[in-house]
Design a protein around this ligand. Sequence first.
Ligand code: SF4
Length: 87
Amino acid sequence: MTDAEKIKMLEKITGKKPLHRPDGKETMQELHGVRSDKTCRECIHCKRLLYGRTIYKCDLWHVNHSQKTDIRVTGPACGKFKPHEIK
Ligand code: SF4
């Protein structure tokens, strides 16, 4: 069973995303690998939130009020990168 499968199973059992990854990995890039040809800003999973200041979260990653769950939009994308659809 891969790390991603373990996390999905945990989410299914508890009904929520774990606050602490069972594998100790801290970023999506550590979990799913790096795509250096793309950035998180270009990904459909990158969500912009306004809380007095602009912050960005990944909707595939666990989200809470901690800055630890913020993502850097200029940073390299992860293996789960999905481009925005062009209409
Ligand atoms: S590239 Fe990966 S970490 Fe970045 S927003 Fe997309 S899914 Fe999330």
